[in-house]
Design a protein around this ligand. Structure first.
Ligand code: DHB
Ligand code: FE
Length: 284
């Protein structure tokens, strides 16, 4: 049977791609951010997941404003990144797992979710940066199932709806017959606003509270509306719903193994959280 081994949530500021391309990990600006990752990579080296399901948001690379699905699940053999204008080298492709993707889609539709199914899907920085940060050596990367959540064009799905989506994905993993270790990724946040009068808005108190609640009481985050989250975290901080979806996929007793929080990276509060799905690990 497939198992969810844990969950890793991280911010996806595009400038990280430039820093990686230029090898700036030890630069004083970047060091407090990159120093968060070695413990997470050490855990991945030990657990060696076969597959990563990643909840992220597309920023206009694959879905432009004319057609924005609320939820979209990739079902391709491979996923390509394309030039978004950040001036970074081309990243090649990321392996998919169509059989697993279709099982996820069938489980979601059977559970009264109606995602778009995408047999072709370009993946932007919100997908590629977590993959690069967690598996710098592309040969070690697990197969992937991208799940895009609309955080861009209103109306956006509520935190509660995203948590339930994550729970349904957790059920899809638990009902998959093959022996697979699955890590769940959440990409985006934490607080940031890129434009308008509140550009540069960061809310450290709320970010740290969210990181704590995601570990021990995610239900406490589910009564917030999207408008509440925008007020608290900024109009792009609402990417927090990707973390909430990822947390929903954890079915066991959840334990925090590592976290990091650093402000700012570009305009964003950069968060990192590694959660182990304890029951699953013990059962294994
Ligand atoms: C920034 C953050 C994001 O999440 C994003 O998608 C684009 C830019 C930033 O802080 O620069
Ligand atoms: Fe973003």
């Amino acid at each position: 049977m497939a198992q969810v081994v844990g969950c890793i949530c991280t911010s996806h500021v595009p400038a990280i791609g430039g820093a990686l391309a230029k090898g700036l990990q030890s630069d004083p600006y970047w060091k407090p951010f990159f120093d968060g990752f070695p413990p997470v990579r050490a855990w991945l080296d030990q657990v060696k997941p076969d597959l990563a399901v990643i909840f992220y948001n597309d920023h206009g690379l694959n879905f432009f404003l004319d057609t924005v699905p609320t939820f979209a699940v990739g079902a391709a053999e491979e996923y390509w990144n394309e030039d978004e204008g950040w001036g970074i080298p081309s990243l090649g492709s990321f392996a998919g797992d169509p059989k697993f993707s279709w099982h996820v889609i069938e489980t979601l539709v059977g559970g009264e979710f109606d995602p778009a199914s995408c047999q072709k899907m370009l993946v932007d920085h919100a997908f590629s940066l977590p993959m690069q940060l967690l598996w710098p050596d592309r040969r070690n990367r697990p197969r992937t199932v991208p799940i895009a959540i609309n955080t861009v064009q209103h109306p956006l799905p509520s935190p509660r709806r995203c948590f339930k989506l994550g729970q349904a994905v957790g059920q899809a993993v638990a009902s998959y017959p093959d022996d697979l270790k699955v890590v769940i990724l959440g990409s985006g946040g934490l607080s940031h606003q890129l434009d308008g009068e509140r550009a540069g808005h960061i809310n450290k108190d709320f970010d740290l509270r969210c990181m704590d609640l995601l570990v021990r009481d995610p239900g406490a985050l589910l009564d917030y509306s999207i408008d509440d989250l925008i007020e608290l975290t900024g109009s792009q901080g609402v990417e927090l719903i990707n973390w909430i979806a990822a947390r929903g996929a954890l079915t066991g007793t959840v334990g925090k193994l590592h976290s990091n929080y650093h402000i700012p990276i570009s305009n964003t509060a950069a968060g990192l959280l590694l959660l182990e799905n304890l029951e699953t690990v013990n059962a294994g």
